[in-house]
Design a protein around this ligand. Structure first.
Ligand SMILES: [Zn+2]
Length: 197
């Protein structure tokens, strides 16, 4: 019934029926009063995790999958360290499958995608521009405490420390002389080092 009114189930953290928490499967009777709350606006006394429809994810373990419209947002999320899958060619059922198998939060501008039954966690991105989307997602999902910038290559792979032998010939001479710590990506083979600003 809630989805029929246009709100995907992933946007709802708590359903209250006649004053008591209820599941999505509750049978609605005539004269029932149904309240649906998003995660960040829970009613007083009902903020308890056990009452919610989905247990909150541990902040250290937030992973995402972004739909085809959100490539720039995916890059920004990787930049600050969040494992984010993105591929222009992901079909909706593939996004649904990967979200389930890899416990990822789906980020999308497609409400219908979020109405898929098997999809557990997702967020409908309202903003249209990448910087606004980034601000919105970090605020709504409370990501700021979990930010660990420059941990992932923007092309996705985790970075690992590189030995000095390994980076020979792959960075400019001056950089090689001034720095001792380098990291590299095993997919795109680029080398990174700490910038001067
Ligand atoms: Zn890479």
């Amino acid at each position: 019934m809630i989805e029929a009114l246009g709100v995907p189930h992933t946007e709802v953290a708590l359903v209250v029926r006649n004053g008591r928490p209820a599941g999505f499967d509750a049978r609605i009777q005539p004269d029932d009063v149904i309240e649906a709350y998003p995660a960040r606006h829970l009613p007083p006394g009902m903020e308890h995790g056990a009452l919610l429809l989905r247990p909150p994810l541990p902040a250290s373990d937030l992973r995402f999958i972004a739909d085809a419209h959100l490539g720039a947002l995916a890059q920004l999320l990787r930049l600050v360290g969040f494992d984010t899958r993105f591929d222009n060619n992901f079909a909706d059922d593939e996004i649904e499958r990967l979200a389930g198998e890899e416990a990822r939060i789906v980020l999308t501008r497609d409400r219908e995608l979020l109405k898929c039954r098997t999809l557990l966690r997702g967020y409908y991105v309202r903003a249209l521009q990448a910087d606004g989307q980034y601000r919105e997602v970090t605020e709504r999902l409370d990501l700021a405490p979990c930010v660990r910038a420059f941990r992932l290559c923007l092309m996705y792979n985790a970075l690992r420390p590189a030995s000095l032998d390994e980076i020979d010939g792959r960075v400019p001479e001056g950089v090689r002389e001034r720095h001792t710590r380098f990291v590299t990506c095993d997919i795109c083979h680029r080398v990174f080092w700490e910038g001067s600003h």
